[in-house]
Design a protein around this ligand. Sequence first.
Ligand code: ATP
Ligand SMILES: Nc1ccn([C@H]2C[C@H](O)[C@@H](COP(=O)(O)O)O2)c(=O)n1
Length: 221
Amino acid sequence: MNPLVITIDGPSGSGKGTVSQRIAQTLGLQLLDSGALYRLVALVAVRTNTSLDDAPALAAIALNLDISFQPTDSGVQARLAGEDVSLAIRAEAIGLAASQVAAIQPVRDALLARQRAFAVEPGLVADGRDMGTAVFPNAQIKIYLTASAEERANRRYNQLKAKGESVSLPRLLEDIQARDARDMNRQVSPLKPAEDAVIIDSSLMGIDEVQDAILAIVDKR
Ligand SMILES: Nc1ncnc2c1ncn2[C@@H]1O[C@H](COP(=O)(O)OP(=O)(O)OP(=O)(O)O)[C@@H](O)[C@H]1O
Ligand SMILES: Nc1ccn([C@H]2C[C@H](O)[C@@H](COP(=O)(O)O)O2)c(=O)n1
């Protein structure tokens, strides 16, 4: 019997990360933040001056990543060769670079086995763009979490303001729309709901409501 896998895919700012963490914690399951893997590849590429077009070099970085994830009270800490890079991988420039390296098939291939290795007992919540379509096509529960671009930009605005960063809402909306276009229109593993995914539009839902809706779906199966 395969371990339970719950996939939560969706566009940037839809709340996947927040909700995946809550569901994993509530159900006592493992958590895979697959976006962090692409961000780690991007971080190493930037630090080693590797061109973001150099597919073989980027795939080698992806294959040889020396990383670990450590659950902490404030979320999951990402470590690169022992160094805590949780903040570094969240930088805007690294997010942008991550979306470039994520469009390269050999990079995606190099990360596949590493992602699948997270599916162990007692089960996994996997957060990303292609969890239900490519990485875990046989997952028992697939969620596609979305929200309007305007609502996602608002959420990001509030998140960055709370961190004391000075941000422009129109600029954030433009960035979200540009990232959607890149993630949804790329040739390899484009962001789209799996055919058997339950689609949740959280534009008018609070985080608790989204969490309850997903837990109700899990309960039913
Ligand atoms: N339903 C919701 N209502 C209000 N705010 C929300 C909701 N869901 C998430 N948020 C807030 O929106 C922000 C973005 O959420 P989160 O980081 O979970 O999104 P994400 O889909 O994982 O984004 P990314 O793919 O870019 O990492 C966070 O500040 C989070 O607290
Ligand atoms: N399964 C995944 C996860 C992430 N990506 C890409 C898409 C984003 O542009 C970038 C960073 O992801 P985030 O941390 O913002 O969720 O990585 C992907 O292509 N596939």
